[in-house]
Design a protein around this ligand. Structure first.
Ligand code: BES
Ligand code: MN
Ligand code: ZN
Length: 511
């Protein structure tokens, strides 16, 4: 990953491959032209105060996503200036730029500088929060997955990620600045690790190998880890996880990660859907719907990343992470449509569609998490195509059994720059899951399928426990080109929201 340093150095003397500056779109009384953002004063000065005009001549407008390269002015040791668009100038100039605008701009610049060794970032940096956002943008934007490329070492075709970045305007000895860098580094490193897991092909990442990776990382960071294999799951009566894993040659696992901090009794439980490949099972997905289904463990990857990040940051809270791992495959031993499973909670489920498998593994993990009576449970899952239809590819849906908690989760996501939207759990959709044979069926009405799935999960949350469900089926995997600090492939959706929820729980502001 890109190595970050905080620097108070003056821009002209820096021996770097490029100097990154910010430009914004002016509005109102300031005119509608391009405005050079704070941080770029030295460059503007060397251009005789005409940098805005120079950039406009080159076609720049300051809009978000825009990258303009120009030669550095004389007197600068760096050969290149990269001007990155921050979008509209903030209305309240005192408040400075929006953190997410800085995060995106830093990510776009880092990606544009792939192949370079060292860059200096002179983006507007008003406080420690801005510094954290810029650091995250660089670390997340520079990400690339090439473990399976022949040319990974030399990258004959691709360019190596930016190796080093100095963040100018930061104070290397300032406590708040140091803490912001440390937080951004831990969160981004773990988020990138989640991306690696999501991108790893399903012939290499199965429940067993995922559990082994989680075990090794947990031990490294002082997290307690327990892995239930097929035998232990059978003994414990985890019919949901076993039923989904029954068709695969790679058996299912339930991984429990426990991070404890002695100074706080508050307990947040996180539950992740970890289907390492979703073929649909006997209700097989048609071709065209299964090529990206290695991403169906994105919820478990996010939970894993968040627990490790919480441990690395020493958050004063207890966090347990439950990874419900299985591979959904068709075979002679697979669960059939029509089978009835006896779940860990004791309820029976008639499986009408084996492609609605996520709710089955989550049901067992939610019930297991409930046994410890945590203050709150948050589950994360690539659960339904219906949620993608409803909210698109960049927004996750949030459902909950408590309206205030749902609002708090949406707000936490907003704070860290993740797009989410509150969704209802309409009671009338419950009867669509009535089964003539079992307590409940794993499918209901097609319309509102994402909400139906949420209602199913709600039945497996222990009485009186506050719970929220994040359906990340849309944003978990980016099939299009990279944008902002988001690469193609696994995105690490929900990791930052989960870390924020752990921080809020530590502060007593949640659950
Ligand atoms: N893993 C899928 C949901 C999904 C779809 C994730 C698209 C990411 C992108 C899930 O297991 C699934 O197949 N859901 C079905 C449920 C239906 C059979 C009730 C769906 O959404 O079609
Ligand atoms: Mn499925
Ligand atoms: Zn699935």
């Amino acid at each position: 990953m890109t190595a970050l340093t905080l620097s108070t150095a003056a821009a002209p003397g820096l021996r770097v491959d490029a100097l990154v500056i910010g430009v914004a779109k002016g509005s109102g009384s300031k005119g509608a032209g391009l405005v050079v953002a704070p941080g770029a004063e030295a460059v503007d000065h060397a251009y005789d105060g005409k940098l805005a005009g120079v950039l406009e001549t080159l076609g720049a407008s300051g809009s978000e996503g825009e990258v303009t390269k120009l030669p550095a002015p004389s007197g600068f040791k760096a050969p290149l200036v990269v001007a990155v668009g921050l979008g509209a100038l903030p209305e309240d100039e005192e408040a400075g730029f929006d953190g997410e605008a800085l995060r995106k701009a830093a990510g776009i610049a880092a990606r544009a500088l792939a192949g370079s060794k060292k860059a200096a970032f002179a983006l507007p940096l008003a406080d420690a929060a801005d510094l954290g956002a810029i650091a995250e943008g660089v670390l997340l934007g520079a990400y690339s997955f090439d473990a399976y490329k022949d040319t990974a070492g030399e990258r004959k075709n691709g360019k190596a990620p930016l190796a080093e970045a100095a963040l100018l305007g930061a104070k290397p000895r300032d406590k708040a600045h140091k803490a912001a860098l440390e937080r951004a580094t831990a969160v981004s490193e773990e988020l990138n690790r989640a991306r690696d897991l999501i991108n790893t092909p399903p012939n290499d990442l199965n429940p067993e190998s995922f559990a082994a990776i989680a075990t090794a990382a947990a031990k490294e960071h002082g997290i307690k880890v327990q892995v239930l294999d097929e035998k232990a799951l059978a003994k414990g009566g985890y019919g949901g996880i076993l039923g989904v894993g029954a068709g695969s040659a790679a058996g299912p696992r339930l991984v429990k990660l426990t991070y404890t901090h002695s100074r706080n009794a508050r307990h947040l439980a996180l539950v992740g859907k970890g289907i390492t490949y979703d073929s649909g099972g006997i209700s097989l997905k048609p071709a065209g719907h299964n090529e990206t289904m290695k991403c169906d463990m994105s919820g478990a990857a996010a939970v894993f990343a968040a627990v490790v990040a919480a441990a690395r940051l020493g958050l004063e809270v207890n966090v347990t992470g439950w990874l419900a791992l299985a591979e959904n495959m068709p075979s002679g031993s697979a669960t059939r449509p029509g089978d009835v499973l006896r779940m860990f909670s004791g309820k029976t489920v008639e499986v009408l569609n084996t492609d609605a498998e996520g709710r089955l593994v989550l049901a067992d993990a939610l019930w297991a998490a409930s046994q410890e009576k945590p203050d709150a449970i948050v589950d994360v899952a690539t659960l339904t195509g219906a949620m993608v239809l409803a909210l698109g590819n960049r927004t996750f849906g949030v459902m909950a059994n408590d309206d205030a908690f749902r609002a708090a989760v949406v707000e936490a996501a907003e704070e860290v720059g993740e797009a989410s939207w509150p969704m209802p759990l309409p009671e009338h959709l419950r009867k669509g899951m009535d089964s003539p044979t079992a307590d409940i069926a794993n499918m209901g009405e097609r319309m509102g399928g994402g909400l139906v799935a949420g209602l199913f999960l709600r039945e497996f949350v222990g009485e009186g426990i506050t719970w929220a469900h994040l359906d990340i089926a849309g944003p978990a995997f980016n099939e299009g080109g990279p944008f902002g600090y988001t690469p193609k492939g696994g995105t690490g959706s929900a990791v930052r929201t989960l870390v924020r929820l752990a921080e809020l729980t530590a502060a007593g502001d949640l659950g």
